[in-house]
Design a protein. Structure first.
Length: 262
């Protein structure tokens, strides 16, 4: 998607030792009194298709907000556009494991256990160095978790898995390296079908694990429905006020949007 398409203005793998910490582990976002709030699963450089999904549900960037649960880059053709999205006042994001791998590679600290170039990171070698450095700094600054105030209570966002059954732990304590690892890489809750609720939060929203339709375990929502997988998936947009999902069309129709904005 060309930058002009956006309105202006307003593997489960262990990491090597301590996970590089974000400047702020938990970002807390105040309530939106003017419009709706949506969470979206992994984007993976498919921003044209995501914008089409937002148009499909009548997203209004003057009133509404969009929250990404991470993995903004890699695999898709438009990863370098992430800077444009992160600059939008209505777009907020946390880090995913692919974002971590990308910025580490770009800053000369490639992940020793996972080759990002073999996992959709080829764009890193074809992006101009100055632009890539700017992208890396932005991705490195993303928090690992986010809390969004909603009319029904706070909703938490973590890319892969919540390291505690009590959200208050994330508010009050610095996370250990293994806890940070859990936030970025773990699939344990989903694989074990662990349905105990996370206390002291209305809901927790994850991406990372790709599912055919939104899945819930207790008050935990898994919303990566493969909008980045061509015609094999679609973007799920979870309304954080109602906790009801809306479905956007998948990337199969994205070419029509590309033509529109040429």
């Amino acid at each position: 998607m060309a930058a002009a398409a956006l309105p202006a203005g307003r593997y489960h793998r262990p990491m090597d030792g301590p996970a590089p910490a974000s400047p702020s582990f938990l970002a807390r976002i105040p309530a939106n009194p003017h419009g709706r709030d949506f969470a979206v699963g992994d984007i993976h450089g498919c921003f044209t298709a995501l914008w089409q999904a937002l148009e499909h549900i009548g997203f209004d960037p003057a009133r509404d907000r969009l929250f990404s649960v991470g993995d903004l880059v890699n695999r898709g053709p438009e990863s370098a556009q992430v800077l444009h999205w992160l600059a939008q006042p209505w777009f907020h994001a946390i880090s995913g494991n692919h974002d971590l791998m990308a910025w580490r590679h770009a800053l000369g600290r490639p992940h020793p256990q996972v080759d990002v170039l073999a996992h959709g990171g080829d764009w890193l070698t074809s992006t101009a160095p100055q632009l890539l450095a700017r992208i890396a700094r932005q991705l490195q600054a993303l928090p690992l978790a986010m809390e969004v105030a909603t009319p029904g209570g706070p909703v938490g966002l973590v890319h892969a898995d919540c390291p505690s059954d009590d959200w208050q732990d994330l508010r009050e304590h610095a996370l250990s390296p293994s806890d940070q690892d859990c936030c970025l890489w773990s699939r344990q809750r989903y694989q074990r079908r662990y349905a105990a609720p996370v206390r002291n939060v209305r809901a927790v929203v994850h991406g990372h694990t790709t599912v055919p339709t939104m899945q819930t375990l207790g008050n935990v929502f898994f919303i990566d429905t493969g909008g980045w997988r061509g015609g094999q998936g679609h973007f799920t947009l979870l309304d954080l006020h109602t906790l009801m999902p809306l479905r956007g069309p998948g990337p199969a129709a994205a070419e029509a949007v590309r033509r529109r904005y040429r």
